[in-house]
Design a protein around this ligand. Structure first.
Ligand code: LMR
Length: 344
């Protein structure tokens, strides 16, 4: 009995040790060096192109971490859904096959409806207001809401306001959307916006969007200038309406087990690297979008409609009931905190 018991304990210990080794091997190589920094390679997977706020932030993070760790920590960035797309990057983060992702928050409404915040129409006027919300108490609570999956939200990176493109007609007023079908990043509030405007919608992964637009699976989509230009959506769409009605905002998510497995010296460098990435993404988002808008204009390949304040007001009025409709879904405290910021 005693022998059997000791053998069982031995087996159990062996399994635990092997599984711990396996977990750390996914993100790291050899442990230990004079300065205590662990030699390892981490993977950052994302879906957008290189000339975007997200990729610039990721590059700044990589450069900082690799330099400060004297090359002991290697950061591999996989842009353009080259490793994983919208459909599978989250599961692979949960499995610790990759250590960082920076998804559009509106893709997480299925996990927590508070991630509808970037889609609340005409809420934040600019990046600064969105940053203030996500850095604040309510925003931080939402970013921390994936801990049940073993995922930590580390920092918010903005992209910017979204604009409508479509292949059917110039959109100047709410009635122009009737009968059209738009691609969205996720369901819920974005779907409600299109329903309210008499249009249909379908959620399609970013990596499949160009083909979906080109083949007419949907008539249009909404996105930031930098996403439209860097993925050439303007080349397969006839009209673009500058709307700024919803936003693309990201969070850097990491795997909790990976995060906690790092020793202090290693985590300090990685954490500072993320802060550097945050700084660059926040500083460059607006200018990258402005430059992309200029390039779209210069291309001459899409008719651009810039709405007058009165025309914007028409959209605002039609979409206003969504605030009441989503008050309980998102939480009155969260919405009020955001409204307070948006009034500034
Ligand atoms: C989209 O799917 O349109 C965007 O959210 C992609 C991104 O990550 O900016």
């Amino acid at each position: 009995m005693g022998k059997k018991y000791s053998f069982f304990v031995f087996l159990l210990m062996l399994v635990l040790v092997l599984s711990a080794c396996n977990d750390s091997e996914k993100a790291s190589g050899e442990a230990g060096s004079d300065d205590g920094v662990t030699k390892m390679t981490v993977k950052f997977s994302h879906v957008v192109a290189e000339n975007t706020p997200k990729h610039r932030g990721a590059l700044a993070m990589k450069e900082y971490i690799e330099k400060e760790s004297d090359g002991k920590i290697k950061v591999e960035i996989y842009p353009n859904s080259s490793l994983f797309g919208d459909q599978d990057e989250y599961q692979n983060l949960v499995a610790n096959n990759i250590q960082f992702i920076a998804p559009d928050l509106s893709k997480f409404v299925g996990n927590n409806p508070q991630f509808n915040m970037p889609s609340v129409p005409f809420l934040f006027k600019n990046d600064e207001q969105a940053i203030e919300f996500w850095d604040g108490e309510k925003g931080q609570e939402i970013l921390s809401s994936l801990t049940g999956d073993g995922v930590l939200g580390l920092s918010m990176w903005p992209n910017g306001g979204k604009h409508l493109t479509n292949d059917v007609k110039p959109i100047k007023e709410p009635a122009d959307l009737k009968g059209l079908k738009f691609r969205t990043q996720g369901g819920q509030l974005l779907e409600t916006i299109y329903k309210t405007l008499g249009a249909g919608s379908e959620s399609i992964p970013f990596g499949e969007l160009y083909t979906a637009l080109d083949q007419g699976v949907v008539d249009g989509q909404e996105n930031t200038f930098s996403n439209i230009e860097s993925k050439k959506f303007h080349e397969v769409q006839k009209y673009m309406t500058v709307m700024n009605h919803t936003r693309v905002d990201y969070a850097i998510f990491t795997n909790t087990k990976f995060w906690e497995s790092m020793n202090d010296a290693t985590r300090k460098i990685v954490e500072a690297g993320i802060a550097e990435g945050t700084k660059v993404a926040r500083e460059e988002a607006k200018s990258l979008n402005d430059q992309a808008f200029d390039k779209i204009k210069e291309s001459g390949s899409i008719e651009i409609l810039e709405l007058t304040p009165e025309q914007v007001e028409e959209f605002r009025k039609v979409l206003a009931p969504i605030y009441e409709e989503y008050r309980d879904v998102i939480g009155a405290d969260v919405l009020d905190a955001a409204l307070e910021i948006s009034k500034k």
